[in-house]
Write a protein that binds this ligand. Structure first.
Ligand SMILES: NC(=O)C1=CN([C@@H]2O[C@H](COP(=O)(O)OP(=O)(O)OC[C@H]3O[C@@H](n4cnc5c(N)ncnc54)[C@H](O)[C@@H]3O)[C@@H](O)[C@H]2O)C=CC1
Ligand SMILES: O=C(CO)COP(=O)(O)O
Length: 335
């Protein structure tokens, strides 16, 4: 893979727009595809995405379009629509004739219907493309404002990972290269589920000790399942694993944490989901995480509890009792 000069960003939401700004700040030639013509015209005429990044006016000019053909020929593509839309977006991309080149998966989720990681979905839909993943502790709002951020950029080859890092880096955005695309995806998907649990604990006012305990035991789940699925331990303790878990388990800026906060305040998941509202990817990944745990014979009690809160409207108090009443066990395998 040579130098990456042109970048196509697919997805005009908060994260797609923030990543397009990031690539533009790095000096790359960027085109942003959004489904909604209103977003495209907002970006073009007012240098804003007022729906998804309210209150932010960009310094950079962004080239936005509603035509997928306009972005499909770029050296690298960043796919930044919600995880459950990945397969359909890749199928649409295939129709443009795009068959090769790196596709950077930026959504943090697992395909609900199949339990497949997004890199697997990519290999099925665009077998000639090289899979890459961008993940780590990074709120779109912070990144769009140019606040300092560091992420993991993983690709199947180190050369591609490094080229992608170069095409995205700037004084406020520091990507670290990796070749562990599996680990980078697992951390990003599971931390969203665990952030819902932490938000619920805070919403129910159970205290900072409980929040810290849940974050640490959540990390134990993420590590166990990630390792069983083939992730490298350095990735799980790095930016895309522990780094992102700490961020989203502690901040109401996170939509997953905020979703959990409402559960903790007594709202039922079914009410929150039917009301629409902001994207909480963990609500779609919780049950899949449990199934992956079963498949790999790994205990994931926090993910299981979150899945029951979502699928069965289990209340926060019943959820807490379920977790606290589990039989005592060693903290790690070593005891
Ligand atoms: N917002 C953030 O801070 C970060 C988000 N992410 C991940 O990025 C992914 C996207 O998140 P956001 O941009 O924040 O979400 P968002 O809700 O701000 O935007 C989603 C975008 O996808 C579009 N979209 C929805 N369904 C679509 C479909 N079927 N076809 C085409 N476009 C469709 C929407 O129109 C919107 O432009 C998620 O997986 C999220 O976990 C990752 C890191 C940071
Ligand atoms: O992934 C994120 C930050 O790294 C964004 O988290 P939320 O989707 O919970 O807002």
């Amino acid at each position: 893979m040579g130098a990456i000069r042109t970048i196509g960003v697919i997805g005009g939401g908060a994260w797609g727009t923030a990543l397009a700004l990031t690539a533009a700040r790095s000096g790359s030639d960027v085109r942003l595809w959004a489904r909604d013509p209103g977003i495209v015209s907002d970006i073009r005429s007012r240098r804003q995405n007022s729906r998804y990044l309210p209150g932010i006016t960009f310094d950079e000019d962004l080239n936005a379009t509603t035509s997928l053909e306009d972005v499909a020929g770029a050296d690298a593509l960043l796919l930044v629509t919600p995880a459950q839309t990945t397969r359909a977006m890749l199928a649409a991309l295939k129709k443009t004739g795009r068959a090769q080149g790196p596709v950077v998966l930026c959504a943090k989720g697992i395909e609900q219907t199949s339990g497949k990681l997004l890199s697997k979905v990519l290999s099925e839909e665009l077998p000639g493309a090289e899979a890459a993943v961008l993940s780590g502790p990074s709120f779109a709002d912070d990144v769009a404002r140019g606040l300092p951020t560091a992420v993991t950029v993983a690709a199947s080859s180190a050369k591609t990972a490094l080229s992608l890092c170069e095409s995205m880096q700037s004084p406020c955005f520091r990507p670290y290269a990796s070749i562990d695309i599996l680990g980078a995806q697992i951390g990003g998907a599971l931390k969203n589920v665990l952030a819902i649990a932490c938000g619920a604990v805070v919403g129910r006012k159970l205290g900072a000790s409980a929040q810290a305990a849940l974050t640490a035991r959540g990390f134990a789940e993420l590590s166990r399942l990630g390792t069983a699925m083939g992730a490298q331990s350095e990735t799980l303790t790095g930016l895309s694993g522990l780094g992102d878990l700490v961020l989203t388990c502690s901040s109401s800026q996170s939509r997953n944490f905020s979703f959990g906060l409402r559960l903790g305040e007594g709202f039922m998941a079914s009410e929150l989901i039917s009301a629409g509202g902001k994207l909480a990817e963990g609500a779609y990944s919780a049950r899949v995480a449990v199934k992956l745990g079963q498949k790999h014979d790994i205990d994931v009690p926090i993910c299981e509890t979150v899945a029951r809160m979502i699928d069965e409207d289990l209340s926060i108090d019943d959820a807490l009792n379920t977790l606290m009443a589990r039989p005592l066990k060693p903290e790690s395998e070593v005891v």
